[in-house]
Design a protein around this ligand. Structure first.
Ligand code: HEC
Ligand code: HEC
Ligand code: HEC
Length: 347
C-alpha cells in the first residue's frame, strides 16, 4: 500500500532535492578531493595561499580567517560549492562532484581549516545575513545569485519596487521562522534564536528595502498567510458528510503508512522526516492543536498539501478510511482525552 515516496519527494519539492541533505563522503576521500580540486586556489592549508591567489579578484577564500567562520555556514558552503559564485573564479562543481562528495569536502574544510575566532562577539545582522541568506538572496539583497535561474519561485529581490508594502516586518518574521511551504525558503527556527531572526530581518529591511513609515503593523492579510498563523478552529466540529471515524482502524493504517513521516507518536519525527522539506507536520505542536480539527484533518488527508510531499490519499483510500485515520490523528495526537488511568492509545 506504500506509495513510491522517493519519487514524490523529488517531484514535489525543490528544496528536498538540493544537495543540503546528502550524506557526506568519508573523510579520507574528502581530503583527497580537496587537494585535487580545491587546493590550487584555496591552498593546501585552506588559507588561500596558492599560486592562483594573486591573479584572482576576488581572491579565493581564506578558510582560516575569522570572517570565514562568521560568514560561512555549512549550508552556504554546500550551496556555493554546488552552484558556484557568479562573477568569481569559484565555479559550480555539481557537474563534477556528487552531492555526497560536495558535502564531504565541505565538512573536511570545516573540520580541518575553520576555527572559531578567539573572542565571540554578538553576531551582527550583517553577519547573520551573509551566513544564512546571501547564498540565495544575493550579497546585495537583490536576488542575484545562482538561485535566480535555478529555483522556482526564485528568492525574493528585497530591493524591488513595492516589496516593502508587501513584506511587513511581521510577515518576514513568519517566513524566516517557518519557511515558505513548497519553496526553497526554509524555516530557520531551529538554527536561529528569535532574537537573531529579528536581527537579520531588521538588517534586511534597513539595508535593502525602502520601508515607508507605516507598514510595520501586521496587516490582516499577512496574518492569513496559508499554513501560517491560523485562526483557532472549532475543535468540536464533526467530520464532513455525517461520517464517523473508527480510530482503531485508523490507527492500524497510520502505523503502516503515515508514521514514516509523521512519526509513531505524531511528533513529525518519522524515519523519513529528516530528508523532507518542509518537514512533515508535528501534530503535537500548539499551532497544529489549535488548527487541525476533524474537518481540517479530513481535507488535508484526502487532498494532500500542494508543494509538499504530503500525498493526496483520496486516490488510495475511500472516504470512510480517510475518516478513520483522521479520527485516529485527532483523538491520539491533536486532542487526546485526559485519562491517566487508561492505557496509552499509541503502542
Ligand atoms: C579556480 C580557483 C578556485 C578553485 C579551483 C576552487 N575555488 Fe572556491 N573560491 C574561489 C574564489 C575566487 C572564491 C571567492 C568567491 C567570492 O568571494 O565570492 C571561492 C570561494 C569559495 C567558498 C566560499 C563561498 C562563499 O559562499 O563565499 C567555498 C566554500 C569554496 N570556495 C570551496 C571550494 C571547494 C570545496 C573547491 C573544490 C571542490 C573550490 N572552492 C575550488 C576560487 C576557487
Ligand atoms: C536556499 C535558498 C534560500 C535561503 C538560504 C534563504 N531564502 Fe529567503 N527565500 C527563498 C525563496 C526561494 C523565496 C521565495 C519564496 C516565495 O516566493 O514564496 C524566499 C523568500 C523570502 C522572504 C519573503 C517571504 C514572503 O513572505 O514572501 C523573506 C523575508 C526571506 N526569504 C528572508 C530570508 C532570510 C532573512 C534568510 C536568511 C536567514 C533567507 N531568506 C534565506 C530562498 C532562500
Ligand atoms: C512522505 C511523507 C508523508 C507521509 C507518508 C504522510 N505525510 Fe502528512 N504531511 C507531510 C508533509 C511534508 C506535510 C506538510 C507540512 C506543511 O504543510 O508544512 C504533511 C501534512 C499533513 C497534514 C496537514 C497538516 C496541516 O497543517 O494542514 C495532515 C493532517 C497529515 N499530513 C496527515 C497525514 C496522514 C494521516 C498520513 C497517512 C495517511 C500522512 N499524513 C502521510 C508528509 C507526509
Amino acid at each position: 500500500m506504500l506509495l513510491p515516496f522517493n519519487f514524490v519527494r523529488c517531484a514535489g519539492m525543490i528544496a528536498a532535492c538540493l544537495p543540503l541533505f546528502a550524506a557526506a563522503a568519508p573523510a579520507v576521500e574528502s581530503q583527497r578531493l580537496y587537494q585535487q580540486n580545491c587546493a590550487a586556489c584555496h591552498g593546501e592549508q585552506g588559507d588561500g595561499k596558492s599560486r592562483a591567489q594573486f591573479g584572482l579578484n576576488p581572491p579565493p577564500r581564506d578558510f582560516t580567517a575569522a570572517e570565514a567562520w562568521q560568514e560561512l555556514s555549512r549550508e552556504r558552503m554546500i550551496l556555493s560549492v554546488t552552484h558556484g559564485r557568479p562573477g568569481t573564479a569559484m565555479v559550480g562543481w555539481d557537474n563534477r562532484l556528487g552531492a555526497n562528495e560536495i558535502a564531504g569536502v565541505v565538512d573536511y574544510i570545516r573540520s580541518s581549516f575553520m576555527r572559531p575566532p578567539a573572542k565571540t562577539r554578538q553576531v551582527s545582522g550583517q553577519q547573520l545575513y551573509k551566513r544564512h541568506c546571501s547564498a540565495c538572496h544575493g550579497d546585495r539583497g537583490n536576488g542575484a545569485s545562482w538561485a535566480h535561474n535555478s529555483l522556482n519561485p526564485p528568492p525574493r529581490d528585497f530591493t524591488a519596487a513595492g516589496v516593502a508594502q508587501e513584506l511587513t516586518r511581521e510577515r518576514m518574521l513568519l517566513a524566516v521562522t517557518h519557511g515558505r511551504t513548497g519553496t526553497a525558503m526554509m524555516p530557520f527556527s531551529r538554527e536561529l534564536s528569535a532574537t537573531e531572526i529579528e536581527t537579520v530581518v531588521d538588517y534586511v529591511r534597513a539595508t535593502f528595502m525602502t520601508v515607508p513609515a507605516d507598514t510595520d503593523a501586521p496587516t490582516p492579510a499577512a496574518l492569513q498567510e496559508p499554513g501560517r498563523a491560523r485562526p483557532a478552529a472549532d475543535m468540536t466540529a464533526a467530520l464532513p458528510g455525517g461520517l464517523r471515524g473508527d480510530a482503531d482502524k485508523g490507527r492500524r493504517f497510520y502505523l503502516s503508512n503515515c508514521y514514516v513521516c509523521h512519526g509513531e507518536h505524531g511528533d513529525g519525527q518519522g524515519p523519513r522526516a529528516s530528508f523532507i522539506r518542509p518537514p512533515p507536520r508535528n501534530f503535537l505542536a500548539p499551532e497544529a492543536r489549535l488548527a487541525l480539527n476533524r474537518p481540517e484533518l479530513f481535507a488535508a488527508i484526502s487532498g494532500g498539501k500542494r508543494g509538499t510531499v504530503m500525498p493526496a490519499w483520496s486516490s488510495v483510500l475511500g472516504e470512510q478510511e480517510i475518516a478513520d485515520v483522521a479520527e485516529f490523528v485527532f483523538t491520539a495526537f491533536i486532542a487526546p482525552a485526559p485519562e491517566p488511568q487508561k492505557k496509552k492509545v499509541v503502542n
